[in-house]
Design a protein. Sequence first.
Length: 190
Amino acid sequence: MRSYRILLLRKFPENPTLGFYRHPKLPSSLVGRTLVRFLHVTSPADVVAFYYYEKIFRSYEVLFTDTHIYDKAAYYPLEDIRGVKRAKDQIILEISQVGRMMTHVIHLGNPLAAELMERVIELIIQAPKEDAIEKVIQLRAGLNMSSVQWLELRDEVLRTIDLLYDKYQEGKLSLLEYEMLREDLLRRLA
């Protein structure tokens, strides 16, 4: 299972006022009380990042280990998260489980905290998968530098065409403009 420890240590917000804590400045009393509810986390040393927000008669907790995310209702491997949406003071995770997509709502109790948590989850989703990086390195090992540069140019052109298509779908480009720009980009590959 892939570890997101370094990403969380670098990118998870550290703001006790909003309830965001990360290793090594985790509040031991809050983490200790929370671990009683999260039975799958066996040691406080496993906790990399922690969110805690308290309202009258209610608390909101989200705990991150290097491989999983936990809240009061469930826990999931971070590598299975495929999407995230924010709705007021909660985030909605799209998770791939056993070949099926499912959603899970995490309540955070604070709209600003939901926005920050959404950014963290987006970074986790966008983090390159180690297997994919290794595969690219192996594929490029036998190529000369000009071939590698052409492949990078091709990838950039295809990404740009995808962005242009999205603009066309949103109505920001006409079909004629989209086709002209697409043809111009494809000519650069020839």
